[in-house]
Design a protein around this ligand. Sequence first.
Ligand SMILES: [Zn+2]
Length: 1084
Amino acid sequence: MGGETQIKKTSSSFPKISAGPVGQQIHDIYKGRLGTFQDGGQYASENLQSKMYEGTASGEDYIKLSVYSPPDLTRPTFKEATSQEFRETHVGEWFGPSWSTHWIKIHLKVPSELQKKEHLELHWDAHNEGLIWTEDGVPLQGLTGNGERKEWILPNDFRDGKFHTFYIEMACNGMFGNAPGGDSIQPPDPNKYFQLTQAEIVAVNLEARQLYIDFWIIGDAAKEFPENSWESHKALQLCNKIINTFTIGDGSQESIVECRKLAQEYVGDVNSSKVYDTNKEHLIYAIGNCHIDTCWLWPWDETKRKIARSWSNQCDLIDRYPEHRFVASQAQQFKWLEQLYPPLFDRVKSKIKEGTFQTIGGSWVEHDTNMPSGESLSRQFLYGQRFFESRFGERCRTFWLPDTFGYSTQLPQLTRLAGMSRFFTQKISWNNINNFPHTTFRWVSLDNSQVLCHMAPANTYTADAHFGDVSRSLSQNKSMDQDATGILAFGKGDGGGGPTFEMLEKLRRCRGMSDTVGLLPRVKMGDSVEDFFDRLEKKAKDGTDFVTWYGELYLELHRGTYTTQANNKWNNRKSEIMLHDLEYLATLATLKDSSYKYPKSDIDDIWENTLLCQFHDCLPGSCIEMCYDDSDKLYEYGFKTGKKLMKDALSVLDFSDYKSGGRWLTAVNTLPWPRAEIVELPESWQLRDSKYALVQGDSGAIDVKVLFAKDAKSTASIKEVKKGVFQLSNDHYKVEVEQGTITSLIDLVENREIIAQGEKANQLVIFDDKPLYWQAWDVEVYHVETRKVLSSSESRIVEKGPHKVSLMTETKISEKSWVKTTISLVASIEDQPSYIEMTSEVEWRENMKFLKVEFPVDIVNTEASYETQYGIIRRPTHYNTSWDMAKFEVCCHKWADLSENGYGVSIINDSKYGFATSGNMMRLSLLRAPKAPDSHADMGRHHIRYAILPHRGPLDSRTVRTARNFNHPMKIYCHPSPTSASSPFSAITLHGSPALILDTIKRGEDDEDVSRGDLPTRKGRSIIVRIYESLGGRARGTIKTTLGVKKVWKTNLLEDDGEVMVIKDGEVRIELRAFEVATFRLQL
Ligand SMILES: [Zn+2]
């Protein structure tokens, strides 16, 4: 027997008897229940929706409306509009047609029962875009129809029981223009009308509105967090509890307050920006933006208003949400705002100063990067950065192109030269073949320059700031080995006005949730894009090896944009070439005659217009027709002004029009190398026996020797060797042509056939062109399977030599479309490359067809070469991998080349950008016929020049220079003294490696006699000289000058002085690395 043991009694609060059955929740049903609490529809009158407003007032007693409708789709200013007669109008009236403007004058009185309510708004929905103005002409805030953004918070002084007046400038277009039906890329319907369906004073129940957003985000957590996460289960239980609390409390205000307390268990206190003050490390940088396409589905004049609407919204939101940061790019848009909305510009400027509204991008517009020339890209940065610096005291640090259709290989170099080291985009996520493998990486140029690149992992730049956007900003980050942070670029795009208050509220909850329950990546507002990249740059400095990507960021989509809207592309090329010549000649004129004023302001206007037209929907051809009416006018103005300015500069240099009867014919070669060409004489100088002249000499002024048939040493000849078969020949080539196609092209020196056996070059072919959706944008991989050969009539001789021979062929495409092609061969000139030139006139009236011209050449290589900005890009000619195949249509500039060891063929063009090389088949893309968004795209007459340039040996400076010559035809003038004509041109010359191209000569931006006064001037005069290495290897040269140059600096694109160069006896020795772009400033 042992001792007595005290048994310890245990007690439990757990009831002994079951109170009844409890089942496991059936999640699908409970998740489905969430919608019944906050959605519209059959329960709206009972659920949270019914509690959103404490009262409303509408009708004539409180809101009196009158309207002025300007005639002829004009867009008058506030002053012009408000001085007009207004007529009465009312809710329910329809306004239109498309693109018309209606100024609505509003007299508004808050009824006494609403005057004491916490929060009053005007709710306005006319299903189109609008801008609210104060009675005295201050723009306040934009509105977007269809409920996208319909609220305006009434000022407190409206609560006085009196009528107050303000205006709404109504624009009859939606956020995405005026497409009929639901397909926004269809051509606009000119007759759309918009009904004003709501004009109402609303007292908002702010607690209910907040609960609505709490519930939305927690509900998303319940639905989108993984099923097996406790965070998902907790969210669902909480939502259910909120519904029950609200329901049991009969939706009373007390129950709403109670529900919000429950929500706090999950999202924390989200009633202020303090939610971001926990200083816990965050992964997602949320940045507001609104991506206003400078033109697209609406004309430029509407863009100007979209800017005012959107940016005024953001100023207002920044005032209400101190954590909010908003970025805007495109100097052009700021310039418009400055010109058209000075008070709003000042408001934006003050926000920029406080750091909440942030400038980004550093370029004139968010431009295309495939087609603009190297100099154009340089000018996008020069004009962009100078604008930002002059207006806001700071340059941009991040190049920002979220939407542009692919990114040229030289951008990292140019970005660095423009003072930026970062690049942001997301467009490559649109690839429809391969998934781009990186999110944050080092992007490396042809010359080895690099930038830090980040692509928004959420794969959008207009996120709605949903729970899922935040979540995907981490889960879709492909560079987490190096860094897990990501930018979430959110806000309604394209005039929708950017971020909404709802988005900012949602983000507060997402952040609060991360700090309270976790799992969702922590998002932060209040940091800038620069803060994001500063951290990455520091990581790189501290040893993080970000992955590299060499070469272009080719977009595997939108390949039709190299061809669509041919006229616009022609204008772009011609404008670039004209500006080159104009700046060069005007610079020389200022050196010759100090009384001549460098036409800086006109040149700037032409450049700014050209840069504007390079906007990423304009130059690519993806705009509606109205935009091309706009751009045609700008180009026309540029060509007209440029022609006059060129004449002025030439006259300072003593060149005059041949008509004015100067004694000596002299040609002007604006390219920096010697040329020898047979040039057609101006018509009034042509004699029966002399139509041509041999223009041979150095750069600048060149002798013109009129050619007479009798003393032709080298000749071109033509004969019909067989019925319908013609042979054209000169000392270089023997060309056989049958029905407009080249069946044989023999290099006589090499004794080599260039056309692949049995094939035909200069063969016009047509393809069916129906991409999956984006008509103007895309040509799809299967189009090649619909190849149809266009047959032609017999050719006929139109010119017989001895200096030039030509053969003309007509090709019928359809009942309405035809091509007239002239094949010409000019007598060869010793040591000069000779080419076969094609000049086409096309009448194009097709429907969803693609016209190309083929060159099957007897050359073997797995890679072809294409001219790109300041260099050469090589791309596969095969389809080994899906990455190779994706490049079935690519962008080229003035030439494309296929070469093998010892021999090659270049195809040169004067205005085209689309090309494809498949095996030995080279195809130049000529014209497309998409019907959306411009149903008339490319319909009508076109003039196209291209040429076949065969060459012995590798691709080298002969192709680069010949293509340049082809695009800069020499012009013949009169000059009083041929011996002195050339002296101004010797002012600055480049010598040395033929790979070096002297690309631009212009005056210094800030020279005191040139400056427009935007930025501090520099004393004296200076010349800017831009040179690049064009072939891909180290190259040496010498800049020679006859000017009294005091000092020479190597500068960046922004003309900031860098390395001091040694100048000795007027010579500066330079050395460039492969594909380097180098700018020098010569101080006189
Ligand atoms: Zn865009």
